[in-house]
Structure formats: structure tokens, C-alpha cells
Design a protein around this ligand. Structure first.
Ligand SMILES: Cc1cc2nc3c(=O)[nH]c(=O)nc-3n(C[C@H](O)[C@H](O)[C@H](O)COP(=O)(O)O)c2cc1C
Length: 209
């Protein structure tokens, strides 16, 4: 197959919306594993993959998130089957010997340049969050991305303690990981959507040189 058909393009883009209301249908852990196993293939600088994803799906874990949410984001988050914290590891360069083995010097390029680390981690974790959303849509899930929350509060609650309660695997060492944005996942209730807002036309957003 060289390109997707119209149905697939509709699923990924034209019919895909940002959801605030959810059908009463759970998202299995296995679906979350499939989701990551697709999203991980998206490109990042030096194949650094700085994003870390925390799938918050138990009621207990959701309650830890609640106090950090903007008032307008509380209801949609607490009712979503899953809320992903898309975060970034400021020590992502320690994984470069595995992820970028053909250039062993790359680890130190980052390790000696905190400014480069910051901009690389933010840029690429944002991209990886976008890959995650498109992968979710490809698997038939719906998304509700959010930046309306207190990042410092989320970082203290989920990352600063150095222990990740209830996580299958503990790989968020103290202080290295910071939140970027949140994304609710589930099966969206189309009946609760408002009319879609327009997008810029090609001539407004693009230039051909
Ligand atoms: C990074 C990001 C942050 C967002 N923050 C919020 C938010 O805090 N609360 C909210 O209700 N929607 C939020 N949105 C949703 C946008 O308003 C929505 O994606 C946009 O209006 C397009 O809507 P549509 O996908 O239904 O066309 C956010 C979206 C993105 C990508």
C-alpha cells in the first residue's frame, strides 16, 4: 500500500475531533501497549525518544491528578477511561548509547549542554505526543489533549517522589522527568461535540517557494 484510502484519512484527520465526553467503554491495558508500540516509531532528534508516557487509568491515580487540573478540565478528565501524562526525561541522553549506537559521542553532546537538552526534550516530546494521538486514532480511540493544568503540581505528585506507585515498571527517576501536556483517551461521545471550528486555508498558513 502506497497511501491510505479516504476512510483511513477521515479516521485520522477529517472526522477526528478533540473530545470532552466519553462513552462508557473501557480501554484495555493491551490497547495502551499497542498504542505505544505504534507511536514509538515516529522520528525524534538523534532517535532520542525523550518522551515518557504515564497512563493514568485507576480512580486512585486520577484523584492524584485532580488538584492540578484547570476547573474546565476536571470533569472531562475524571470521566475519561485514561489520561496520559506526556512527559519528557531531561536525562534522555543516558539512553543514547542504546538508541543511537552508530554515534557514541552523541550522549556527551547533550550531557554537556543543558540548553540543548531542554529544547530537544520539549520539541521531541511534543512531537511524540502528536504521534501518540495519531496512533490512538488509528486504533479507533479518541483523544482530548489539554495544556490547562499546573505542570509543577503534576511534576511534584508523579515524578519528584522517585517512586511510581502502582506502575508496572518504575523508570521515572527522581527529578529527571517533567510534564509537557495531558491527553484524555477513550471512545468519544460524538453527540456531545460542538460544531467544528475552521482551520487556516493553505494560502493563509503555507508558502510555496
Ligand atoms: C496542546 C493542546 C492543549 C489543549 N488544551 C486544552 C485544554 O486545556 N482544555 C480543553 O478543553 N481543550 C484543550 N485543547 C483542545 C483544543 O482546543 C482542540 O484540539 C482544538 O480546538 C481543535 O478541536 P477539534 O479537534 O475538535 O477540531 C488542547 C489541544 C492541544 C493540542
Amino acid at each position: 500500500m502506497n497511501n491510505l484510502n479516504d476512510d483511513a484519512l477521515n479516521l485520522l484527520f477529517r472526522d477526528a475531533r478533540s473530545y470532552s465526553a466519553w462513552l462508557n467503554r473501557p480501554v484495555e491495558d493491551d490497547t495502551l501497549r499497542q498504542l505505544y508500540d505504534l507511536a514509538k516509531w515516529g522520528p525524534t532528534s538523534a532517535n532520542s525518544g525523550p518522551a515518557r508516557f504515564i497512563f493514568v487509568r485507576s480512580q486512585k491515580a486520577k484523584e492524584r491528578l485532580r488538584p492540578a487540573l484547570s476547573p474546565g478540565n476536571v470533569e472531562k478528565t475524571m470521566t475519561a477511561p485514561v489520561t496520559v501524562i506526556i512527559a519528557y526525561d531531561l536525562k534522555f541522553y543516558d539512553k543514547l548509547p542504546k538508541l543511537f549506537p552508530h554515534n557514541p559521542g552523541m550522549r556527551d553532546v547533550f550531557a554537556n549542554n543543558p540548553q540543548l537538552v531542554e529544547v530537544t526534550a520539549k520539541r521531541n516530546s511534543s512531537l511524540q505526543g502528536a504521534y501518540l494521538m495519531l496512533a490512538a486514532r488509528a486504533l479507533g480511540l479518541d483523544c482530548g489533549p489539554m495544556s490547562g493544568f499546573d505542570n509543577d503540581r503534576v511534576d511534584k505528585e508523579f515524578f519528584a517522589a522517585g517512586r511510581c506507585e502502582d506502575c508496572v515498571q518504575e523508570f521515572f527517576p527522581e527529578g529527571h522527568v517533567k510534564s509537557n501536556f495531558l491527553c484524555n483517551l477513550g471512545y468519544g461521545d460524538r453527540s456531545k461535540l460542538h460544531t467544528r471550528s475552521p482551520r487556516l486555508e493553505f494560502t493563509e498558513a503555507c508558502t510555496l517557494l
